[in-house]
Design a protein. Sequence first.
Length: 196
Amino acid sequence: MSISLSLKTWLFRYNNSTSWSNEELMLSYAACGDQLLLSKLYDACGNDLYHFLITLSDPTLAKDISQLTWLKVMEKKHQYRDSGLFKAWLFTLARNLLIDEYRRNQKFIDDIDADTFVAPDLLSNKEHDRLQRFNLALENLPFVQREAFCLQQEMFSLEDIATITHNNIETVKSRLRYAKDNLREQLKDLAEEQHV
C-alpha cells in the first residue's frame, strides 16, 4: 500500500512539475530524458539566456549560441550535478560556446555591433537618448567587465559569476567595480542632468 501511495505521489508531482525548481527539473530530465521537462526548463530560462547573450554579442549570434546551448544541455544532461543553480550551469555552457565562436572567427571580444540594443518605441525622446547612451557605454566596456556586470544584472551571486566565468571571486569583484566606475565615468553628464 505504501508503494502505491509513493508511486501516486511521484506521478502526481511529475504531472504537476510546474512547482519544481529548475534544479529539480534538470535532475529529472537528466534521469529520464523527458522532453516535457526540457521544455519547462526552456520556458523558465530561455529568455534570460538570450538576454545575457545579446548583451555580449549581436542578435543573430545570440540566437545561434542560445540554440547551441540548449543542444548542449541535451547532449550533456548526464554531466549536470545539483551543486548550484541550473541557470549558472546553463550560462556557463553558453559563455563557453560564445567564446569558442569568437575565437573561431578571430574576433575575440571587441568586435560587437552598435545595434545590439534596441530601445522600445514607448520611450520618450529623452528616455530613448539615455537608453542609447547607456547601451553605448555598456558596449564600450571591456568584454570581461561587461560580462560580469550583465551576469550581476541577471541576479547571479558573486560565487555564481565566478563559476560561470571560471575566475575567483576577487577577480569578479574587481571587474564589477571597474565596470561600474567605467559606466559612471561615461555617463556622468547624464547624472548631472538629472540633478539639475
